[in-house]
Design a protein around this ligand. Structure first.
Ligand SMILES: Nc1ncnc2c1ncn2[C@@H]1O[C@H](COP(=O)(O)OP(=O)(O)OP(=O)(O)O)[C@@H](O)[C@H]1O
Ligand SMILES: [Mg+2]
Length: 258
């Protein structure tokens, strides 16, 4: 479980997060939504210790990320796979080299074991044939999937997805959403999905947290969104072309009541 307790974060005069608390429960898929610049990526970076809060705490499986010595933080980070906004692939490495990188850096696997694991990850993201290609030779959707293959290479307990479907066509977005669901179910990972994409929220999320004005203004289930009275969330949802009809259709298809 990840527990974020009362964290605040500013960059100079810019207050981004103020007294934010949220928990990510084991096995759940939590979506974090909010306008561009609302602090979603900043919040996510705190989950994995890539940013330190000015005040407050982040606990991963009960261990305080904010006070732990570097070696402990490094070990905690190994429980995470992160799909960064934009992919963050190394252009100088092949697809194989990108996915092998964390295995070479963090594990004691032999080259043969690494090769087998990279192929397994490529198969999982349905890109079995692209190991020797450079990122520049891949489409945007393929690059996201390679970044996802790299994020899962170390068999993480938690996967953090920062805008996994942004810039992708609906069909490729659906492939990514299916993969998120597949990884959560098959590998039993806990997932945090940061997104603007309400369709993606409907497809993957168990719970949704809405970031607005430096704080999490609303947290609830997907089904609860359309009953919500928070005007900021309602206008965000409306602007995302999400309709109650779509929510109802999705919920009735999955057998839940709305
Ligand atoms: N390292 C940093 N130094 C200074 N300011 C930063 C830093 N990282 C983020 N910010 C600022 O914090 C604010 C929130 O940024 P963040 O990247 O979390 O937004 P976001 O909600 O993820 O937006 P988007 O949906 O566009 O990705 C922005 O104003 C950004 O400029
Ligand atoms: Mg962001």
């Amino acid at each position: 479980m990840i527990e974020v307790e009362n964290i605040s974060k500013s960059f100079g005069a810019l207050d981004v997060l103020e007294d934010v608390s949220i928990e990510v429960r084991d096995g759940e898929k939590l979506a974090i939504i909010g306008r561009s610049g609302s602090g979603k990526s900043v919040l996510m970076k705190h989950f994995v210790g890539l940013l330190q809060p000015d005040s407050g705490h982040v606990y991963v499986d009960g261990e305080d990320l904010c006070c732990a010595p570097y070696e402990q933080v490094r070990h905690l980070r190994m429980r995470f796979g992160v799909l960064f906004q934009g992919g963050a692939l190394f252009d100088s490495k092949t697809t194989f080299g990108n996915i092998a990188f964390p295995l070479r850096y963090f594990s004691s696997m032999t080259e043969d074991e690494i090769e087998a694991r990279v192929q397994e990850c490529l198969d999982l993201v349905r890109l079995s044939e692209v190991g020797d290609k450079n990122p520049s030779e891949l489409s945007g959707g393929m690059r996201k999937r390679v970044a996802l293959a790299r994020a899962i290479a170390m068999e993480p307990q938690y996967i953090l997805y920062d805008e996994p479907t942004s810039g992708l066509d609906p069909e490729t977005s659906n492939t990514i959403n299916d993969l998120i669901n597949h990884l959560a179910k098959e590998l039993n990972v806990t997932s945090v999905v940061i997104t603007h994409d309400m369709h993606s929220v409907l497809e993957v999320a168990d719970r949704v947290a809405f970031l607005h004005g430096n704080d999490l203004e609303w947290v609830g289930t997907v089904e609860e969104i359309h009953e919500c009275t928070n005007p900021h969330l309602n206008s965000f949802v409306k602007a995302s072309e999400y309709t109650i009809d779509e929510a109802s259709a999705t919920a009735s298809l999955s057998g839940s009541s709305v």
